[in-house]
Design a protein around this ligand. Structure first.
Ligand SMILES: [Zn+2]
Length: 116
C-alpha cells in the first residue's frame, strides 16, 4: 500500500516535470543556454576538456536548484540561466549521486539536507 502510494506520487511528479520539459519555453531556453556556453560541458571545460554533445550522448541542461512541485511554475527558477549548467552525461550523473548523498527525501516527498 505504502509502496503504491509512493509510486503514485512519483508518477504525478514526473507528469508535472514532463509537461515543463516538453514546453516550447524550456526547449528554447535550453537551446539558447547551450549556445551561450558554446555547447560544451561546463565542468569538463573547467578541467581543460572539451566535451561536446553528440546524437548518441547529448549534453543535458542541469538545474542547480532542483525542480520541485513548488517551484516548477516559477520561470525565475526553471528558466533562469543563473540556475542552469550544461553538463555531459558523466558530469550530470556525478551531480545526481552527489545530490543523493547530500539530500534526504522523506515519505511525503519532502527534501531535507542530511544531518538536519
Ligand atoms: Zn562533463
Amino acid at each position: 500500500m505504502a509502496a503504491r502510494d509512493a509510486a503514485g506520487r512519483r508518477a504525478v511528479h514526473e507528469q508535472f516535470a514532463n509537461a515543463f520539459y516538453s514546453s516550447g519555453a524550456w526547449k528554447r531556453c535550453r537551446r539558447d543556454y547551450a549556445d551561450s556556453v558554446g555547447n560544451m560541458c561546463e565542468r569538463c571545460r573547467k578541467k581543460g576538456l572539451i566535451v561536446v554533445g553528440t546524437r548518441a550522448r547529448p549534453l543535458e541542461v542541469h538545474h542547480r536548484i532542483p525542480l520541485t512541485l513548488e517551484n516548477i511554475g516559477n520561470p525565475a527558477v526553471t528558466l533562469n540561466w543563473n540556475n542552469l549548467e550544461l553538463l555531459c552525461k558523466d558530469c550530470h550523473e556525478e551531480e545526481r549521486q552527489r545530490r543523493q548523498q547530500r539530500w534526504r527525501v522523506d515519505a511525503d516527498g519532502k527534501v531535507t539536507a542530511r544531518g538536519t
